[in-house]
Write a protein that binds this ligand. Structure first.
Ligand code: BES
Ligand code: MN
Ligand code: ZN
Length: 495
C-alpha cells in the first residue's frame, strides 16, 4: 500500500469538506464547544447520541452518523472513543481505529479532529491512522471492479492553528508511519520473497533515498572476519547470508553512534533440531527485528534527528541440509569464544553474537537489539509486552521509557549471574541453550557475552512483532513493533 498524504487544516471541523470526519472523544464525553457548529450541521445527532448514551467514548467504540440532508462540510461523522487512556496514547489508538474503518469503507479520504490536537497527540493521530489503514494485499489479485474500495489515500488533520510545531508533528508522524510500513511489509513477505538479498536491497533503497552509507557483507567477508557463529547458521542454505550496515550521520562528526541491531532470520525451520510443522509458517516473521531496524532507519533519516545511528542487520535462513550445522557441533565466534550448538533452533543468538561483536568497531554510545528470540518470551509475556534485558541499568531504564512513549509496552527480566550456570558446556566456552527454564533470560545472557564493553539492551519481540489474531486496530500479521521504540530511544539521545 502506498503512503497516505497528510495535510493540516485550521478552523471549524464543520467546514471541512470531507467524506468522513473522525471525531475522537474521551470516555463519557460531553459535546465540546468547538463541535457546536458540526452538531448543528448534523441536526443535533452528536449531542443526542452522547446524551442517550448511544456513544459513551469507550476504547475502540465507534458510531457512524450520516449527515442528514445536503450541504457543505463532512458527509459523515465517525465518533471514535479513546476510553480513559492518557491523551497521546488514546489519540493514537482511536486514530488507528478511524484509519482502519475509513480504509474499509472505501471513502478514500478522511479528516481527523480531536480536542487540542497538537504536538505529540497530532503525531499520534498521524502515525495511528496510518497504522490502522495499512493492509497487506500485495500478493493477492485485486477484487472485481464492483467490489473494489478506494484505499485511504488522504488524511486531513484539523488543528487549532497550522503552526511550525504542528507541521513538525505531522512530519514526525509520517516518518514513523513510513518506518512501520517498511517493517510490516517486510514481515508479511514470505521467506521465498523476503530473502537476505531482499533485506539488503531494501537497506540499499533506504540508503539511496536518504544518502546514508551502506555496506553489505556476504559469506566471504564474514569468513574473513571469522564469524563462525553466524556462519554456522548460514551453512545450511545456499542463499548468501547478509550482514547489512546502514550509517546515518545526523550528529556531530566524531560523536559515538547509537547502534540498532536486528535479527533477520528470513525463515526459521529450526534446522536439524527441526520445529513441528503446525504453525511453522509464522517463522517467516523471524526477520522482524531486522525489519524494525530498517524501518527505524527510514524514520530517523526522515526526521533528520541530530544523532549518529548505525543500523546492523544479521540475515540468513535456518534450514535443513546435508551440510547444515548439527547438534553438538562446536564453532568459534568472531570474539574468539567457542560455542557448543546443542540446539540448532537457538539460531538467532548465534547470528546476533557475531553481529553484536561487530558493532564494537563503531564504539557505540549504546546498542539496542531487537529479535524474535524465544518462544519462552511469548509464554512469559504473551503478545502484549516485549521482554527487555540489558547490561546497563541506566540504558535499560531509558529504553523502558521509550517503550512507554512509543505505546509498545516492555518489561524488564532479570539477568542475575546465577542463571549463567545454565549456559555452561562440557566441550566449549558456552552452549547455545540453557534448558527449558528461564529460556528468555538465558538467551539474553548468551547475547551479553558478545556485547561486553558496550552499554547494551536487548528486546525480545517474539510475542510482539507479529500477531496471530486480529488486534482490532490492525489485522493479524506484522505489527511494526519495535520501530517506534527504536525511534523514541534514538530521539531521546538526539541533540
Ligand atoms: N525464532 C524462534 C523463537 C520464536 C518462537 C519466535 C515462537 C516467535 C514465536 C527462535 O529461533 C527459537 O526457535 N528459539 C527456541 C530456543 C530454544 C531452542 C532454546 C525456542 O524458543 O523454542
Ligand atoms: Mn529458532
Ligand atoms: Zn528464530
Amino acid at each position: 500500500m502506498t503512503a497516505i498524504a497528510y495535510t493540516l487544516r485550521a478552523g471549524d471541523p464543520a467546514r471541512v469538506a470531507t467524506p468522513l470526519l473522525a471525531v475522537l472523544l474521551p470516555a463519557d464525553p460531553s459535546v465540546p464547544r468547538s463541535l457546536a457548529a458540526l452538531d448543528r450541521t448534523f441536526g443535533g445527532l452528536i449531542t443526542r447520541a452522547i446524551r442517550q448514551r448511544d456513544f459513551r467514548g469507550g476504547r475502540d467504540e465507534t458510531l457512524l452518523l450520516l449527515r442528514p440532508g445536503a450541504g457543505g462540510g463532512p458527509e459523515r461523522v465517525l465518533l471514535v472513543g479513546m476510553g480513559s487512556a492518557e491523551r497521546v496514547k488514546g489519540t493514537h489508538r482511536a486514530a488507528a481505529v478511524a484509519g482502519r474503518r475509513a480504509n474499509g469503507m472505501g471513502v478514500g479520504a478522511m479528516a481527523i479532529w480531536a480536542e487540542a490536537l497538537d504536538g505529540e497527540s497530532l503525531e499520534g493521530a498521524v502515525a495511528g491512522s496510518a497504522l490502522g489503514a495499512w493492509v497487506f494485499r500485495d500478493l493477492q489479485a485485486a477484487p472485481p471492479p464492483a467490489q473494489r474500495r478506494k484505499p485511504l489515500a488522504r488524511v486531513t488533520c484539523v488543528v487549532a492553528k497550522v503552526s511550525a510545531a504542528a507541521k513538525a508533528a505531522l512530519a514526525a508522524g509520517e516518518a514513523v508511519a513510513a518506518g512501520q510500513r517498511i517493517a510490516r511489509q517486510l514481515g508479511m513477505l514470505p521467506g521465498n520473497i523476503c530473502t537476505p538479498d531482499h533485506l539488503a536491497r531494501t537497506a540499499r533503497e533506504i540508503a539511496k533515498r536518504h544518502r546514508l552509507k551502506v555496506a553489505v557483507l556476504g559469506r566471504r567477508e564474514m569468513t574473513r572476519l571469522k564469524m563462525g557463529s553466524f556462519l554456522a547458521v548460514a551453512q545450511g542454505t545456499r542463499q548468501d547470508p547478509k550482514l547489512v550496515v546502514l550509517e546515518y550521520r545526523g550528529g556531530r562528526r566524531g560523536d559515538a553512534p547509537v547502534a540498532l541491531v536486528g535479527k533477520g532470520l528470513c525463515f526459521d525451520t529450526g534446522g536439524v533440531s527441526i520445529k513441528p510443522a503446525l504453525g511453522m509458517e509464522t517463522m517467516k516473521f523471524d526477520m522482524s527485528g531486522a525489519g524494525a531496524v530498517l524501518g527505524a532507519m527510514e524514520a530517523i533519516a526522515r526526521m533528520k534527528l541530530k544523532v549518529n545511528v548505525v543500523g546492523l542487520v544479521g540475515s540468513t535462513t535456518n534450514v535443513v541440509d546435508g551440510d547444515a550445522v548439527k547438534p553438538g557441533d562446536v564453532v568459534r565466534a568472531a570474539n574468539g569464544k567457542t560455542i557448543e550448538i546443542q540446539n540448532t533452533d537457538a539460531e538467532g543468538r548465534l547470528v546476533l553474537a557475531d553481529v553484536l561483536h561487530y558493532a564494537k568497531r563503531f564504539a557505540p554510545q549504546a546498542v539496542v537489539d531487537a529479535a524474535t528470540l524465544t518462544g519462552a518470551c511469548v509464554i512469559a509475556l504473551g503478545h502484549v509486552t516485549t521482554g527487555v534485558m540489558g547490561n546497563d541499568q541506566g540504558v535499560v531504564d531509558e529504553v523502558l521509557a521509550a517503550t512507554k512513549r512509543a505505546g509498545e509496552p516492555g518489561w524488564q527480566l532479570p539477568m542475575f549471574d546465577e542463571y549463567k550456570e545454565l549456559l555452561k558446556s562440557d566441550s566449549a566456552d558456552l552452549r547455545n541453550i540453557g534448558g527449558r527454564s528461564a529460556g528468555t533470560i538465558t538467551a539474553g545472557l548468551f547475547l551479553a557475552e558478545f556485547a561486553e564493553g558496550m552499554p547494551w539492551v536487548h528486546l525480545d519481540v517474539a510475542g510482539t512483532a507479529y500477531s496471530e489474531s486480529d488486534l482490532g486496530i490492525m489485522p493479524k500479521g506484522s505489527t511494526g513493533t519495535p520501530v517506534r521504540t527504536f525511534v523514541e530511544f534514538v530521539r531521546g539521545r538526539a541533540r
